[in-house]
Design a protein around this ligand. Sequence first.
Ligand code: ATP
Length: 361
Amino acid sequence: MSGIKLTDVRKSFGSFSVIHGVDIEINQGEFAVFVGPSGCGKSTLLRMIAGLEETSGGQISIENEDVTHREASKRGVAMVFQSYALYPHLSVFENMAFSLSIAKRPKAEIQEKVKAAADILRLGDYLQHKPSQLSGGQRQRVAIGRAIVREPRVFLFDEPLSNLDAELRVKMRMEIARLHRQIGATMVYVTHDQVEAMTLADKIVVLKEGIVQQVGAPLELYRDPQKMFVAGFIGSPGMNFLKGKVIGAGQGSARVELDDAPGQAFELSTRTPVAEGATINIGVRPEHIGLSNGGAGLTLPVTAEFTEELGGTGYLHVLTATNAEMTVECRESRPQPKEKISLSLRVPEMLAFDAEGRRIS
Ligand code: ATP
């Protein structure tokens, strides 16, 4: 069954159009993540699903019911915000029980539901604490608990981990993944952190300027991006892009030369026709580049700049002959700043995009 379906959804604030006809289908029980750069419309889209923002066009369905014009409280959704939005004068128990108390549910039911949510979130020992006595991670768990007790059809998370430090973010990310496995509800999660997107999502929706760029499973987007924008956005550190030229075009293939590797033309199989002389962009991930002289594939002379050290691996930043910046994952060796080295790039691991950023190989 469909969990959430958006059909040609649009949004304008006055004459400023921010969502330009979005179609997305999220299955029931699926964990969908909306990612994209700041201002691309992720939160606006989420708020329209929640009913906190009116649509300017199109239709929103939840579990096959049209909710486009239904008020927020009647949609069966619960939203968790970055700011937690807890009531400071109420205890953890009272915060979690709040919506049930307002709905005048029986005391025994409230007790039972809050206890069950507190168990899931390991908040049992804190039920009498006030929010001010809790850590950031615990406060966010209370906010999530408040959503759980309502037993919504859909959980909506708007950058829920942005206020936490790096270590807590990782922990809470695991908690949210565990929660999803445990209760299996449809969840939509907004973030600009593509690591959160990769680790949490069944399905990632990549947005740019209010338009869906691609929808797919995390590894599908990583391995098979249809646009240069998606290729650059998914994966951390991001994909490297090098400029090249088509020096010979055939049926389903093209002969290409990189500006940074003259005299080393290579053959690419192409999905769409390309013209001789056309500029193309070749994408290579940092983990697919060899740090070797005379390795297999193309040899690219570069100058080492600096290495970001992570312990087991490091990310070496280099400059090519045409001053393009690249990042290379390195394991054993760590070239010194200003050292002239050669990178080896294997053609099967390259992705090619045309001048407009559309995938061509
Ligand atoms: P971020 O990651 O920075 O939170 P976002 O992708 O969630 O960004 P939105 O908050 O959805 O982006 O905003 C999308 C666009 O709509 C932005 O240009 C923003 O300025 C604009 N916008 C959002 N809310 C309003 C509003 N109430 N009135 C006018 N413009 C708005």
